[in-house]
Ligand binder design. Structure first.
Ligand code: SAM
Length: 133
């Protein structure tokens, strides 16, 4: 039977782009997605340092298996990766002390205190986020 273009995560009732529901796709993505170069993180950090003195918290939404997240850990005290797909988050690294990963929608970051993030990043996922939210 053909898959619908969107499926719902029963636990959270969140809509997940169907490509990343399937754990075999997530494994494929994690194994073959190129890493971002250090230069990309450096450009973002230089930009942040123009206006922010202490880099306390970065939140990377649509983080996938952490490709776009982990590079921030050497600059920020705390880094949180958020992705709507549990199978993507399952493949994110668990051994980095100042980095945690959570299943959740980018448009609902209520677990964070208001105005606590110094940076909210989104790598190759913005086009997938719900519009108008
Ligand atoms: C192309 S991957 C990008 C992963 C990673 N940021 C990177 O640069 O490799 C897009 C990711 O966005 C996630 N995603 C899609 N809609 C989302 C939403 N509403 N909230 C959070 N993550 C979402 C998908 O599950 C997928 O892991």
């Amino acid at each position: 039977m053909a898959r619908s273009s969107k499926e719902t995560n029963a636990e959270s009732e969140m809509t997940i782009p169907s490509l990343f529901v399937d754990s075999s796709i997530s494994h494929h993505y994690a194994n073959h997605r190129h890493a971002y170069s250090e230069e990309v993180f450096q450009i973002i950090i230089d930009y942040c340092r123009d206006t922010i003195q202490d880099l306390d918290l970065a939140v990377d939404v649509g983080c996938g298996p952490g490709n776009s997240t982990v590079g921030f850990t050497k600059y920020f005290k705390q880094v949180v990766g958020v992705d709507i797909s549990g199978s993507q988050i399952a493949l994110a690294p668990k051994h980095i002390p100042n980095c945690e990963f959570r299943v959740g929608c980018a448009t609902n970051l209520d677990f964070l205190p208001a105005a606590s993030a110094d940076l909210v990043s989104c790598g190759l996922a913005f086009n997938l986020l719900p519009k108008n939210e």
